[in-house]
Design a protein around this ligand. Structure first.
Ligand SMILES: [Ca+2]
Length: 498
């Protein structure tokens, strides 16, 4: 009897505490497509003038940054599209997932690219599923691009289906690439979740900057006037960038209108660096399709409850940190997160004025791209502290850069600091072994005297203008395809498949 009473007395303390609304904030992730680090009018580093684009006008992102925190060292998990998207959903690196490229393999090179399974597996526990498990209403709008039956098979209550680039092309003025349609759907979903008294997670995977020729006619005319009639693709990219920013503003207005500003986190990133090698005046080397900083370092802006206005975080974060971060914000128990997750939560940085480190299972970040697309052929990069090592897999030579002093990757230190380069290269090899990364293999049919294979993947195959001399060293095989794709604005036939 005494025992029973004791148990009854203790029952209340065995029940979970009621969760206050502030403990279950809403989360919105917005991801642009192919928007480079300097692809907006928001500076992404306080001391690097070229960290914003001179021709772009993105007033809503400026406002978001002014109200929140900019991460000057935010990285996409991959320099291309689908690998970044599956990495965000799973918290794992593209290398571990064996999905490291979106565009088709290019035959005829010295190395043969590994074969990829381009489907998210039903065995993956996704970000959407984890948030659903603690009562979140979840929606994914826009570009999914990782197959597997689409978002609703992977933890999302609502979505646009199993979409890729082509779905967006039908949307033209007055709703270019469905930017404003997506913003409307987001508002409806927020309002419904509010009526249902549920916290929500909405991922807006914008199709822009793809199909930039679909930009609003008025916006296009503005940039054609500003940049001259010959600007072509540059004017279209600037126009769709501004239209996208207008969509971001609409989502921000919806949050305000519904009274959710103080309980909603907004994250803004891009899925990879800019096509075309990063564009004019780029402060980073390279672009989409390669592991130079221009391919993987992306805009990264956060606004949320308690975050100081106009603040900065210089700690390195990566797209696969979002899953553990959102789980921590939403109250998902840590033991629900799969053991193979490589990201770490940066929620503590958000609580602590951007100060601190992200705790991941391993200290280094690896970007593994065993493919041909932009320049230089298959390559892998390891980032640790201020240093970045790149191994070029055709001949296994390495280069070493000090990102703190040389973010544009112009001064290779691999000869003067060879011990450090060797140490980081061993670490890279160990990582790739430990996670069973796929490697390219020697192509037995390779003919060095044959003309270079046609590049399929990238407009930036020639390296574009990725900083001083950025990407200029390659040329050769990359030059033809790159020049072709970049010059013609609006030719959908030239869109790489990502
Ligand atoms: Ca992309």
């Amino acid at each position: 009897m005494r025992f029973t009473c004791l148990v009854l007395l203790c029952l209340p303390c065995l029940l979970p505490a009621p969760i206050a609304a502030a403990d279950r904030p809403n989360i919105i992730l917005m991801m642009a497509d192919d928007q480079g680090w300097n692809g907006t009018s928001v500076a992404m580093h306080p001391d690097i003038p070229g960290s914003k684009g001179e021709i772009y006008h993105t007033p809503n992102l400026e406002r978001l940054a002014a109200q929140g925190m900019r991460f000057s060292a935010g990285y996409s998990p991959a320099p291309v599209c689908s690998p970044t998207r599956i990495s965000i959903q799973t918290g794992k690196s593209p290398a571990q997932l064996h999905w490291t490229k979106a565009a088709p393999a290019e035959p005829g090179h010295k190395l043969t690219e590994p074969r990829l399974i381009k489907q998210i597996s039903s065995s993956e526990k996704t970000l959407g599923e984890l948030l659903q498990s603690v009562g979140y209403a979840t929606a994914h709008y826009g570009k999914w691009h990782i197959s597997g039956g689409g978002p609703e098979q992977h933890g999302y209550d609502q979505s646009d289906g199993d979409t890729g680039n082509e779905n967006a092309f039908q949307y033209q003025d007055p709703n270019p690439v469905d930017i404003f349609g997506m913003a409307d759907k987001a508002e409806k979903f927020m309002a419904q979740a509010q009526r249902d008294r549920k916290p929500f997670y909405i991922q807006l995977s914008w199709n822009a900057l793809h199909a930039s020729e679909n930009a609003l006619k008025a916006t296009m005319a503005k940039y054609e006037q500003k940049l001259g009639a010959s600007a072509g693709k540059r004017a279209a990219v600037a126009a769709i960038t501004e239209d996208l920013d207008t969509g971001v503003g609409k989502v921000m207005e919806s949050i305000d209108r519904l009274g959710l500003t103080d309980s909603t986190w907004v994250f803004y990133i891009s899925d990879n660096g800019a096509g075309g090698g990063g564009g004019r005046g780029a402060s980073l080397r390279g672009g989409k399709g390669g592991v130079w900083e221009g391919g993987i370092r992306v805009p990264w802006i956060v606004r949320g409850p308690g975050l100081p206005a106009n603040s900065w975080c210089h700690t390195r974060v990566v797209g696969y940190d979002l899953l553990p971060t959102f789980c921590e914000l939403a109250g998902v128990p840590a033991d629900a997160i799969p053991k193979q997750v490589e990201g770490g939560s940066f929620a503590a940085l958000l609580r602590n004025q951007g100060q601190g480190e992200v705790k991941r299972p391993r200290p280094e970040l690896v970007f593994h791209f065993p493919h041909y697309q932009a320049a230089d052929g298959p390559q892998s990069a390891l980032l640790l502290g201020d240093m970045k090592l790149i191994r070029f897999l055709e001949d296994n030579h390495v280069e070493l850069y000090d990102l703190a002093k040389d973010p544009g990757e112009q001064r290779d230190l691999s000869q003067t600091r060879s011990d450090e380069a060797a140490k980081l290269d061993r670490m890279l090899g160990q990582y790739l072994t430990d996670i069973d990364a796929q490697m390219p293999e020697l192509n037995p049919d390779f003919d060095p005297s044959a003309p270079p294979p046609q590049r399929k993947g990238g407009r930036n195959a020639a390296g574009g203008q990725g900083g001083k001399g950025g990407g200029m060293k390659q040329g050769g095989g990359g030059a033809k395809g790159g020049a072709q794709g970049g010059a013609k604005g609006g030719n959908r036939g030239n869109q790489p498949a990502e």
